[in-house]
Write a protein that binds this ligand. Structure first.
Ligand code: FEO
Ligand code: CA
Ligand code: CA
Ligand code: CA
Length: 579
């Protein structure tokens, strides 16, 4: 049975200690089991996973992909369908026999391309736990070569046209799918984050100033070298000297209908192009759709998109995410803030260019450079939202000439009230409450819900963290986040798990639960060493929580063989609700 931490406590568990081992820990009275790991078959014709060599190229699009990240559960009829991102690949694990981990053939490129993207899998609870329903008609793999439709203001623009697709509306693949979102109309939003890493050059790129400025701001390499993925060595689509516009076709939020396995995913350019973390949807007071969006880069921005049209349950939602206005956040030091609309008037840029070069548009309106905005979560029981600002090693750092470090667009990264620490290794979570209790309004008040820190190492000052951080709940680098139906905040970390120096006592990456009112934070789960904990959703009956374990070190989930990114199912032993 579980001990309640106190009469007034929101927490139905006893917090656990930090851990440094190679497994998952949950509180007394709870248990966990692996649901699915990288390489497990989604279809019965898939090759078996080899503990030493993984999965061959043929069949790599028939198994659960690598590096699980954002996920959402959909109830389709009486079927429970999990939609899960596979963010990136650990090439040395995926390319057996290739010691460098840099693809050396078209076959190796294709294997990596097929281990990433999105997984759609039906799951069902059996007497011995949750299982993948192999061969379910809902099962589907979406990867780096899956046909996509491009919609919204950038669709068909010259910047998106290529020799293969002169229409600028039909691309292949979704890339570096990090966090997720779920619309009220039952679709999945997958967020393209570090898409820049898949491009490279085999020759000099055209000396086009606008093109080069965009590459610089988005980190697209024009160096003639293999890079990490070397897609461009074998696939001209990723070679910017041959296909200079291909990078303009990635970096979006992509909408997927899990109920229709034959549907084409849609890149919603209205939601902007940047290193998208997640896409948190909420319906405003008047029925418009509000989507909060983080750009995970040091000194980049936090965004909000507001639809033009209202959401009508049961109505046509096929173009709802195509028309609306992107806004970018300004946080004032007096704990007020505003959302600044990115329009032709405010930026001097046409709508299509705002959609493609969103970062440049945001730089024109005086937005606040942030400490890497990761997941945003909206509280379903209170009109407020939270964003994990994971860390920023360059905040407040000066160049040799004494000027302040900037983002790639030249916006300075000096300290301010919301990003208040130099060389911020720990991260913080900001919370805002929109005026008039309406997520569509453009003014808000904000505070810091928590500033991570280490009071055991730094007795005082900002590195000690906020008052709700103590020896029992030390953590760094908040990243994934979701708020359950009762209003409890679940916070996942992707930080330094050395357990030394500034990070002593923090242990492995973990998941904590936070009370939004008292600020109390209790450690609920610890991951295996080397991993990041990312991705969280619940079964339809809320008696199981699914938690993602990304890039674990050796020893997980099996003591022997390759380490495998996995999703674990966590339940209470008495089968009570877990959120
Ligand atoms: Fe893929 Fe910002 O995490
Ligand atoms: Ca993340
Ligand atoms: Ca992170
Ligand atoms: Ca990650």
């Amino acid at each position: 049975s579980t001990a309640l931490a106190g009469q007034q406590s929101r927490f139905a568990f006893t917090p656990i200690a930090a851990q440094t081992d190679s497994t998952v820990h949950v509180p007394e009275g709870y248990s966990w089991k692996t649901l699915v790991s990288w390489g497990d078959p989604l279809f019965s014709d898939a090759p078996a996973f080899d503990p030493e060599t993984g999965v061959p190229t043929e069949g790599s699009d028939r198994v659960f992909g690598e590096n699980t990240d954002g996920m959402e559960l959909f109830l389709i009829g009486d079927r429970q369908v999990l939609v899960v991102n596979s963010e990136y690949t650990n090439n040395k694990l995926n390319l057996a026999g290739n010691a460098e981990g840099v693809p050396a053939s078209a076959d190796e490129v294709r294997r990596l391309q097929q281990f990433q993207g999105v997984n759609i899998l039906e799951i069902a609870e059996q007497a011995d736990g949750w299982k993948v329903v192999v061969d379910s008609p809902f099962n589907r793999r979406i990867h780096h070569n899956t046909p996509m439709r491009i919609s919204g203001p950038a669709a068909g623009h010259a910047l998106l046209k290529t020799a293969e697709d002169p229409s600028g509306t039909a691309s292949l693949g979704t890339f570096n799918n990090c966090g997720s979102g779920k619309t009220p109309w039952g679709t999945y939003l997958t967020c393209e984050e570090n898409f820049n890493g898949y491009f490279g050059a085999t020759a000099e790129v055209p000396a086009d100033d606008a093109l080069r400025a965009g590459y610089k701001r988005y980190g697209i390499s024009t160096e003639i070298e293999p890079g990490r993925y070397n897609y461009h060595g074998f696939d001209a689509r990723f070679d910017v000297s041959k296909t200079p516009n291909e990078p303009h076709r990635a970096g979006y939020v992509v909408e997927i209908d899990p109920a229709d396995p034959s549907s084409t995913p849609v890149k919603r350019t209205a939601l902007g192009r940047f290193k998208h973390e997640n896409a948190e949807c909420v319906i405003a007071a008047d029925g418009r759709v509000v989507v909060y969006l983080g750009d995970d880069e040091r000194g980049e921005f936090l965004y909000k998109w507001v639809s033009r049209d209202i959401y009508v349950p049961g109505g046509d939602t096929s173009t709802l995410l195509d028309e609306g206005v992107l806004h970018v956040a300004r946080f004032n030091d007096d704990q007020t803030g505003s959302w600044i609309a990115l329009t032709e008037d405010s930026t001097g840029m046409p709508a299509a260019e705002i959609a493609v070069f969103t970062r440049m548009a945001a730089s024109k309106v005086g937005a606040t450079t942030m400490d890497r905005p990761e997941w945003v979560a909206v509280n379903p029981v209170s009109i407020e939202a939270y964003c994990c600002l994971t860390n920023n090693s360059r905040r407040g750092v000066r160049n040799e000439d004494g000027t302040m470090r900037t983002n790639a667009g030249g916006d300075a990264m000096g300290v301010n009230a919301v990003n208040r620490r130099e060389k911020n290794d720990y991260g913080q979570i900001v919370r805002w409450r929109p005026a008039r209790n309406d997520h569509a309004t453009n003014v808000f008040e904000w505070d810091l819900y928590v500033m991570a820190g280490n009071p055991a190492v730094h007795a005082e000052g900002p590195m000690a963290g906020s008052a709700n951080v103590n020896d029992g709940n030390l953590f760094n680098s908040p990243d994934g986040m979701a708020i359950d139906s009762t209003g409890l905040i679940w916070i996942q970390t992707d930080g330094d798990d050395s357990n030394e120096g500034d990070f002593a006592g923090m242990g492995n990456n973990q998941m904590l639960a936070g009370d939004p009112v008292s600020g109390e934070l209790h450690r609920f789960l610890t991951g295996p060493n080397g991993c990041e904990v990312t991705g969280l959703c619940w079964s339809a009956d809320r008696r199981t929580m699914f938690v993602g374990i990304q890039h674990p070190g050796k020893g997980f989930p099996d003591a022997e063989g390759l380490p495998r990114s996995s999703i674990v199912a966590v339940k209470r032993d008495d089968n009570a609700l877990v959120g």
